[in-house]
Design a protein. Sequence first.
Lengths: 289, 226
Amino acid sequence: MKKHFKTTWTRIRRSPYQALAAVAVMTLTFFIASVFILTAAGSQAILRYFETRPQVTAFFKDEVTMTQVDTLKAKLIETEKVKEMKYISKEEALAIYREQNKDNPLLLEMVTANILPASLEVSTVDIAYLGEVAEILRQQPGVEEVIFQEDVVQALHKWTTTLRKIGVGLIGSLGLVSFLIILIIIGMKVAMRRTEIEILQLIGASSWYIWVPFVFEGIFYGAVGAILAWLISYLLLLYSTPFLVSFLAGIPVLPVPVLFMLAVLGIEILAGALIGTLGSLLAVKRYLR
Amino acid sequence: MIKFKDVTKKFGDVTALERVSFEIGPKEFIFITGPSGAGKTTVAKLIIRDFLPSSGVVEIDGTDIVDLPKKQIPTLRKNIGMIFQDLKLLHDQTVFENVALTLRVLGKVEEEIEDEVEKVLKLVGLSDRADFFPAQLAGGELQRVCIARAVVGKPEIVFADEPTGNLDLNTAWQIVRLLKEVNELGKTVIMATHNFEIVNEMEERVIELDKGKLVSDKKKGKYHLK
């Protein structure tokens, strides 16, 4: 095995520009893949965040009784479309208001629990049920107003799905291009070494013996490209984290967990090695009799 | 050890060998002679299963090469040291590396490779040329590198295809003597040549081919081929 590594390294050193081209293409592919993976994962986290927030809020009239609230809750549970419900009393609403505006004493003056309505915050099992649940709430006698963030969640959902589709398409196309470039570069090297391959076969080398250094070379290009791309994307992410944190205003998706980034690295190295292996296997196969 | 029985090899309409039969025993030294196109190289390529016969049987150590599974071909070839007519040396590798190639294919470790290559280069008289590239060597020296590469793996059979083809008579004799030394080490040596002067002088067994047909199979002794 050691001698195969040595042969591979010698071959890479003897054609540095071809090696550079192969690594550059693989790096570009995996950089775009990393950007899409991070964006898709971020969007998914943001979507999840919104999905776990109360999606429909019903504000009650002052005269509503707890019995009416409990009846409404039971009615909603019966639909089996509700994931969570939380009743916020006037006093709790005031506490929340005070917490949110603690830095602004002017807004705290004059506000008492009486002027804030009690409410019921509802999360649905699926955002598709939002409209239906909101309609049930609107029809209840004690309910004054119903608000729900259907548009935000649906827009996010649409964005995440579209992003995933574009990502898969782009990564697929770039993966194919990388595979073809590895095939061409290793193919050129194999063509240059066809006399050596012929001699090796005639003196008794097995196909595997001939294949191994080329396969290692393909794996090298794929893995190095993946590692470089991951490093660049991770550094960019770390650099832009302060800006993104303030842009996302409290949505807890950053910092990206190190374990997640290591998993991305592992998957990319595996994918790179796979592209390299397949490309080199196919390139050498043409010359083996 | 090597058995050809009614072997015919055709390339389209061209018949390279026609119903050729002979047997070669262990440790024999044998010449295969004939003019260009007689079928000498075809015999070599059949022995290493680079070609398959169109009909007939080619047996190496009792195994019919037609029935040999593809995976077993490297094992067959590792036991046959080939000296190719067109040398087939790697020009970007030194003499040492060219010879070591056989041992690397055999899976030997580096220390063993160094020892064995040194020994074989001494045998062929190229100890001082180990770090030379093929382009820096003379014709006779190149043939010696090929012989070294063919015998370093200690194969049972050595097939030399026209090893003296482009050499002056003096150098050609050196090569033949070297092959004889290899034979005396207990190897079967088959030398394809059209140099009748060497063949007549050596008084070894001779298989004569012409236009793909076996003309004669002469046992050891004096003869005057022209």
